[in-house]
Design a protein around this ligand. Sequence first.
Ligand SMILES: [Fe+2]
Ligand SMILES: [Fe+2]
Length: 180
Amino acid sequence: MTAKVERRLAKVMKNKEYFSCIQDLIESDPVKLMDTFIQHGHTTTLEHCINVSYLSYKVAKFFKLDYKSAARAGLLHDMFLYDWHKQPKDDRFLDQHGFSHPKKALNNALKYFELNNKEKDIIEKHMWPLTLRKVPKYKESFLVSFIDKYTSSCETVVPVAQKAGNYALLLITIFQGVFH
Ligand SMILES: [Fe+2]
Ligand SMILES: [Fe+2]
């Protein structure tokens, strides 16, 4: 695993209850393989899935929902196992990554793990409302779908904002140097 993911994992693993929910998954090779693909910016798919899984666990627990299914399916929701940036552009519209990857992630997850119906629903419908007719069936599915969007936005926006902040700082330093 990358050092960044090791650090993130060490942090969330301090929560023993959370770790017991996902231990068998996180120690498996197919889940570790997600750390070799970039999801957004500098975030690998595994780091993204850990972020979604942990926040889903926390929020589901707060609202007294099935936090174990939310944590497990959150970790597997993007286990499509390829670099989506290198997808062929001539795919049919509905075969594009945004529409097709939930089903691929579900098929991969079913290949390696036993899932309950709620976990299957969470993974298959996490892109709703983009996937119009695949409406989530459970509260946990809506929750993970929302947290996925929130987390993806943070992972995409924060590095850009940091970069912009660094440029602003550099400009201010140059400005101060010239006009002091
Ligand atoms: Fe996804
Ligand atoms: Fe995701």
